[in-house]
Structures are given as C-alpha cells and as structure tokens.
Write a protein that binds this ligand. Structure first.
Ligand code: ATP
Ligand code: MG
Length: 200
C-alpha cells in the first residue's frame, strides 16, 4: 500500500448530529486534502457499538486508566481506582449514547490519515482538547460533569486510534460496495512526483 492510501474511520456521534455540526465537521477533515471514500447515516445497535469499542481487547482497561490519569492531573479523586471497573462502566454508557440517534460514518484517505484525523479531532475530553480541534472548538464537556450525571463524555466524534483499528473498524461499519475508489484532481498537487503532470 502506498502511504497516500492510508484510511481511517470517523463517526459523527449523535450529539454532533443534534448540534447541527455535520457540515462544519466534514469541512475540517476535507480541507486538509484528505479524500472522502465513503459516507453514510446509520442508527447503530448496541451489538455494533460493543464490537466497535472492543476491537482492541485492551480498550476497556486503557479507557479506565486514561480517565484515572485525567482525574489525578486535576487533583480530583476518580469514582474508582480499578481501570477495568471504570472502563466497563464507560462501555455500558457508550452503548446507550451511540445508539440514541443517527450517526454519520465516514472513511477518509490520505497520507497519515489516522494521525491527521486524530490531530484535527483533538483529545477525548473537550475541556482539555486543544483549541483549533473539533472537540476543543465546538463543545464543552468534561470527565467530571459526565460522571456526576452518569453519562459518557459527549465529544461529537469518534476517530480510529491506530492503523490496525482503522482497518477493523472500517470493515465493521462499511460493506465493500459502499467504499469508493476514485481520483481527486488535487491529488496531482498533493502526491504526484511532477506537479505539471508531464513525464520526466
Ligand atoms: P473515540 O474512540 O470515541 O474516538 P477517544 O479515542 O478519544 O474517543 P476512548 O478512550 O477510546 O477515547 O473513549 C471512547 C469514548 O468513550 C470517548 O470518546 C468518550 O465519549 C467516552 N469516554 C471515555 N472515557 C470516559 C469516561 N471516563 N467517562 C465517560 N465517558 C468516557
Ligand atoms: Mg478511541
């Protein structure tokens, strides 16, 4: 595979749809030069959400650990110090959240697509996501308020974390015939050896 063919999965979660941010969010990814290879609106069931988040068998523990670190950094005591317990609870909440309404699933392709999309999306917690990222610019949630109200963090987007996850997630959300391979005119400027299109 040529590096320009790296693909990643982005999901606009139900809060992103309800906040009427679809166009705004797509623009953020589109304007980088990444190419949209597939897009659809779906209502996911809980089984799909569970499969999605447990593609990485370590995810439950990792999500728990990440939450504990975030609490510790702020000097706040987390609701539990057992990462598996915390992570399992997050998954139960996520199943309700992601299935609560339609989502938009997209495949973006381009050089370092996974990393570029994560950078534009921003960190998990909108309170601490960088300015200029989707999560940092368009919403205001935090671990603390989510826990107080026993719900998941509403952060508008899912974006694949690694190339391996991206491959598995794309296979979970898209059929082969829903993925479109085509050439964009701008690829000549982004990737061709000679920008003028003439052979050496
Ligand atoms: P995503 O996988 O959705 O792109 P992410 O990779 O930044 O987000 P993960 O650690 O994979 O974050 O967590 C998945 C999702 O679970 C988060 O986007 C968020 O909605 C929710 N979440 C994670 N940790 C917590 C928590 N401690 N409390 C509530 N919700 C959480
Ligand atoms: Mg993740």
């Amino acid at each position: 595979m040529h590096p320009k063919q790296e693909k990643t999965l982005v999901i606009i979660k139900p809060d992103g749809i309800q906040r009427t941010l679809i166009g705004e969010i797509i623009t953020r990814y589109e304007r980088t030069g990444l190419k949209l290879m597939g897009l659809k609106m779906v209502i996911a069931n809980e089984d799909r959400v569970e499969k999605h988040y447990t593609i990485d068998p370590e995810w439950v523990r990792k999500v728990g650990e990440k939450s504990i670190v975030s609490y510790d950094n702020k000097g706040i005591e987390p609701p539990s110090r057992d990462p598996e317990e915390l992570g399992g609870h997050v998954l139960r909440r996520l199943k309700k959240y992601i299935t609560s309404g339609p989502v938009i699933a997209m495949i973006w392709e381009g050089n370092q697509a996974v990393g570029i999309v994560r950078k534009i999306t921003g960190g998990t917690e909108p309170l601490t996501s960088d300015v200029g990222t989707v999560r940092g610019d368009f919403t205001i949630d935090s671990y603390e308020i989510a826990d107080t109200d026993d719900r998941p963090i509403r952060n508008l987007i899912h974006a694949s974390g690694t190339l391996d996850e991206a491959k598995k997630e794309i296979a979970l959300w898209f059929k082969k015939e829903e993925i479109f391979d085509y050439r964009l005119v701008q690829e000549q400027i982004l990737y061709d050896v000679n920008m003028d299109g003439k052979p050496e």
